[in-house]
Design a protein around this ligand. Sequence first.
Ligand code: ACM
Length: 264
Amino acid sequence: MRIAIVQSFPIHADTNTNCHAILNRIQSTNADMIIFPELATSGYFFTDKDLLAIHALKWKEAEFLQQVQDLASEKDTIIILGFPEQDGEAFYNSAGIFMPNANDSQVYRKTHLFYKEHTVFTEGDTGFFCVHDAKNDCTIGIMICYDWRFPEAARTLALQGADIIVCPSNLVTTLSGKVFPARAIENKVYVAVANRVGEEILGDETLLFRGESAIYDYTGERLAQASFGNEEIIYAEIDPIATRNKAFNSVNDIFNDRRPDMYG
Ligand code: ACM
């Protein structure tokens, strides 16, 4: 199964330009799964709900999201993409998982909000879940960026059967680079982190997004890594079935050996 990460530079509050670039990227990328960063349609740093409202998209209604779905179906590929979602009065930091069959597509709403996201977004209410891709026999779990700080996120997805955890991101520290391989090892899953590049300035604050998107195998080895600061696409081949035997010797199995009764 061939995975692609599109490391992009979304232009803040220029949804038309960003969406156009995303559709072009999908058209020209050949992979079984194409992953874009968090808030790839809008840019990241919003503290004004009125401005965010202009750029928020309604799941199953926005024309752009329908175009992404059509491409997922036409290309027979999975597309994962972060966007600001509007549902009634609420805004969520969401990621769409567009499956070739539109009935299987789902939206994940970021569980753990980071920093000033709290000023405009509502905490996600979808919880952590996986989708199954029958063609590649791959179970895909999803989380978004700051969710990485909570080992429960990856563990929950792994216990649900994830073979790969995908993490659309707008990372602002390098610490996560130490943590993602650990999540891969302790859960024996692949991890794909799609980060963005560029800077965003709001008032006297500047956020720098480094890129360095990466795909890790289930031993924590990096299969592919993007550069610092450049837009690019990275690829890796994964073998989803190889994650399923959680034993690492004749006695120990990282799932069967868990002692949840000791964790209270
Ligand atoms: C983040 O959650 N975008 C740091």
